[in-house]
Design a protein around this ligand. Structure first.
Ligand SMILES: [Cu+2]
Length: 218
């Protein structure tokens, strides 16, 4: 999964940098503690500042910060690049407390929803290998669409459409959630995202029974 790889790389690199910085700080602290200057009767320097050392320190910190911000922004840009070919479009509408997925390109303008009570979860059916553009909005308060498996999360605002494109490279079904506290039944506001072969997706879009996923088609 492209998204999963991109955000996985970001997480791995930032963890490594944070780990190295943590170990360096620990090592310096340990060295300072164990030097036992008092035992060797060394008097402390009275210098109040070390401009060159401080400049190195500030320079190193700035370089790390600039690199991390620039690299993360670049990865985010890669992830949000417009799809190379015409994407499958799905309009995602969130509401208290469930989801509606509409397929405006379908012959009969198909849409899927549910109540998010018990097992009545809507399924966002998408084809594998094709870019899928999700246009995300909310009918009431702020929600957030989160698919932990894809490492992807995006807020849904009323009167505003957030657009992003996902491409799933293998078939499967994963749980999605609302990640923004939105009221009493926020914790039940789940859905499925199901990737099927393009042929099965087309059959499902035509409204054939047995193809695609669960969730009430309306
Ligand atoms: Cu919520």
């Amino acid at each position: 999964m492209k998204q999963r790889h991109i955000f996985g790389d970001v997480f791995a690199l930032e963890s490594i940098v944070a780990g190295v910085v943590f170990l360096v700080v620990l090592a310096l602290l340990g060295y300072a503690l164990l030097r036992r200057r008092a035992a060797r009767q060394v008097t402390a320097s009275e210098r109040a500042e070390r401009p060159r050392l401080e400049a190195y320190y500030v320079g190193a910190l700035t370089a790390f910060a600039v690199f991390l911000v620039a690299w993360t922004a670049w990865q985010n840009h890669r992830e949000h690049q417009a799809a190379e070919r015409s994407p499958v479009r799905v309009d995602v509408s969130s509401f208290q407390w469930c989801w509606n997925f509409s397929y405006p390109q379908a012959p009969a303008s198909r849409s899927v929803t549910g109540t998010c009570r018990g097992d009545d979860l809507p399924t966002l059916v998408v084809p594998t290998g094709r870019p899928v553009q999700l246009r995300l909005t909310s009918r009431d308060v702020i929600h957030s669409l989160w698919v932990p498996h894809l490492r992807y999360k995006m807020d849904a605002f009323p009167n505003h459409v957030n657009t992003f494109t996902v491409t799933l490279d293998r078939e499967g079904r994963w749980r999605g959630k609302c990640a923004e506290f939105c009221g009493l039944r926020h914790h039940t506001m789940h859905f499925w995202i199901k990737a099927v072969s393009p042929e099965e997706y087309d059959r499902w879009l035509q409204g054939e029974q047995g193809a695609g996923g669960q969730g009430a088609a309306v």
